[in-house]
Design a protein around this ligand. Structure first.
Ligand SMILES: Cc1cc2nc3c(=O)[nH]c(=O)nc-3n(C[C@H](O)[C@H](O)[C@H](O)COP(=O)(O)OP(=O)(O)OC[C@H]3O[C@@H](n4cnc5c(N)ncnc54)[C@H](O)[C@@H]3O)c2cc1C
Length: 240
């Protein structure tokens, strides 16, 4: 697969440290929810570096460009540079990439999406695609965020959940929460909390997608297997 040039259509902060970048392509081709792209930067002296970024846009709504949700790390070589771009700037990009962490309408199991921080990006694509495909099975979207201000696409996720009976969204706030926030959803997701949320799910007919930093993914996938879910149906994406 070759590198291609994409043009930045828009850039804006959508949480304390996550920026939404919408890129326009001449010809991107088809992809599945959960896939990602590599972005490559080249300095004037020829030094090159690249990083992977998941696609937030659901495949069925990608005609106006692809949205990415990029956590801006102040010392991050690539993310801090991406934060300085302005509409019209061009980037080298390769994709779609990734074949195991994907969801499409051919999957008929109940769906559980569990993400932390920027790890919600591919899950947000899956959740939107699930809605666009009018799926009738249950979707449980479980999110861990430092605070509400750190949660990307807060309004969109809330609107999606409120307007779809089959979607159950639960947000855990680990560091700061409004006074009225349900105490059961403050602090980290642990085995007991996950058990409560997933109690009624079929152990054999549920697909679970987990994404975020390595430790988060390791912990949550272990809990899921301990709770009796089929390990073949627990899919993970680690952001390092
Ligand atoms: C398949 C895949 C998909 C990914 N999708 C996304 C995505 O959609 N959005 C996104 O923001 N990132 C995503 N990542 C992570 C991304 O590729 C980079 O690793 C991340 O942007 C950091 O790159 P950087 O050059 O800015 O920082 P670097 O210069 O590589 O790292 C700077 C320092 O920050 C640390 N660090 C790296 N990541 C984090 C983090 N998340 N939080 C705190 N410290 C960190 C590093 O250990 C290092 O010490 C994805 C990774 C993979 C493998």
């Amino acid at each position: 697969m070759d590198w291609q040039i994409a043009t930045l259509k828009s850039i804006k902060m959508i949480s304390n440290d996550i920026a939404s970048l919408v890129l326009a392509f001449n010809n991107f081709g088809s992809y599945k929810a959960g896939q990602y792209c590599d972005i490559r930067l080249t300095a004037v002296d020829g030094y090159q570096t690249q990083r992977s970024y998941s696609i937030a846009t659901p495949p069925s709504a990608s005609k106006d460009g692809l949205e990415f949700g990029i956590q801006i790390l102040p010392d991050g070589e690539v993310s801090s540079y991406l934060a300085t771009l302005v509409p019209g700037d061009q980037l080298e990009i390769k994709g779609p990439l990734g074949g195991h962490f994907i969801w499409d309408e051919s999957h008929d199991d109940d769906l559980v999406l569990i993400g932390a921080g920027s790890g919600i990006v591919p899950l947000y694509s899956m959740a939107q695609e699930f809605v666009l495909q009018n799926e009738s099975q249950d979707l449980s979207f479980i999110i861990s965020s430092k605070s509400l201000e750190d949660l990307a696409w807060k309004e969109q996720i809330s609107e999606m959940s409120n307007s779809n009976k089959v979607i159950d969204t639960n947000i855990f706030l680990t560091r700061q929460y409004p006074p009225e926030w349900n105490e059961s959803f403050t602090g980290r997701i642990n085995l007991r909390r996950l058990q409560k949320l997933l109690n009624k799910k079929s152990r054999a007919n549920t697909e679970i997608y987990i994404c975020g930093r390595t430790q988060f993914v390791e912990d949550i996938s272990t809990y899921c297997v301990d709770l009796g879910f089929d390990s073949q149906k627990v899919r993970t994406e680690r952001y390092g």
